[in-house]
Design a protein around this ligand. Sequence first.
Ligand code: SAH
Ligand code: SF4
Length: 440
Amino acid sequence: MKFLIHTYGCQMNVRDSEAVEALLIAAGHEKAAEENDAEVVIINSCTVRQKAEEKAVGKAGNMIAAGKIVGLMGCAVKRMGKDTFKRLPKLHFAVAPRMFGTIPKILAEKKFPCLELGDDGVVPTGMDAHPDITRNGTFAAVQSYVTVLLGCDNRCSYCIVPDVRGHEYSRPAKEVIAEVECLAKRGVKEVCLLGQSVLRYGIRNKAWDDEKGEAFPRLLRELSKIEGLERIRFTSAHPKGCTGELVDVYKTCPKVCRHLHLPVQSGSDRVLKEMGRHYTRAEYLAAIKKLRDFDPEFAITTDVIVGYPGETAQDFEETRTLMEEAGFDNAFVFKYSPRPGTRSAALEDDVTKEEKERRDQVLLADQEARGQKRNDALIGTTREVMVEGPSKRNKSRLSGRDSGNRIVVWEDDGTAKIGDIVKILISEAHPQILIGEIVK
Ligand code: SAH
Ligand code: SF4
């Protein structure tokens, strides 16, 4: 059958969709060129904020109305459970995040409606398959996501992720290394290791047969040895995981990129405590300092929530000043959205919509100015950039990223090809983009 997958949400969903696509192609199905052409449409959903869930459910509704065989997969399914079919009575199948490996069988049997929820501890089906099976034959990218840690056990007060993605589970290091080796043989130059709190790799369950040092830094060191692989990234991090061993990896393994996505959520100790983040503002700043002390250009990006229940003007001000002190290179700001069943959902969502919007705009404007300033300081420097392809806005230019994940754009002179690492001399800076010329 001809199928298409629409993906909402985070990188982990992108990777899951990629695996499903490959599994379906292996089962004899064909990827449709466009929606009109598809008999089967699968929507990979997000539920981290209510709006995200509504988008995915809305899209599924449209596809049902268009007469497709429709499947919903991902986080919203796990959150809604049996109610998925109340929201979407004519939906054909619904599959929770860790059950995506069942989709080929569902399409073979066609026993609709079908619901696969699994249980929280289930080891995912599909993810453990050989990388040649979970990436389709035409896979030709130079960058790839690799899921290393599933689920989350942190239980931050506002977050639905632990409910929908289940308990933390670290894939065996052997399996991850084999997957990355295989990717490198297929031409992948950069991997991004994924986990909700990826520095907890190997903590809840053993990742290595023998225990030698911290599991995640050790994984980074092992992956660094893989020939052909040029860059290693990972996301998301938590300050608790910023250990001396991790810092040592940054110092000694040049393939490990000098960028950390370190969601802070709030700059107010009172709010951080209520959120159950397990660090203070000072501890957070100390973690960043360790990284910037040895490399002042080390890039730090973050996530922030505005309008958490009870967030006062003073709390918000503390978030503002923290962001300035931290000198973030980029920040994603989210307006608090209560998620059913989470601890904070029991609290009154008392910051008005207008005030959340205002706080959002203030932080974005601050970040815009900060990004400009930080990027201005890079004018005249030479960045090592991996070529990703033509720039979206101007096809005569090429685009790529430096080690700090900064987007760099330059005039295509025909000498660089996708996957090459080139030197770009920066001549112009914008809040989220650097422009330069290729250095020969
Ligand atoms: N596991 C990642 C975060 C995954 S969710 C981590 O802990 O680093 C991505 C981001 O969505 C979070 O960092 C948070 O800023 C935001 N988020 C999560 N739940 C939210 C909610 N209920 N309302 C608004 N934003 C939320
Ligand atoms: Fe959610 Fe916190 Fe887990 Fe991140 S660490 S997924 S914010 S519970």
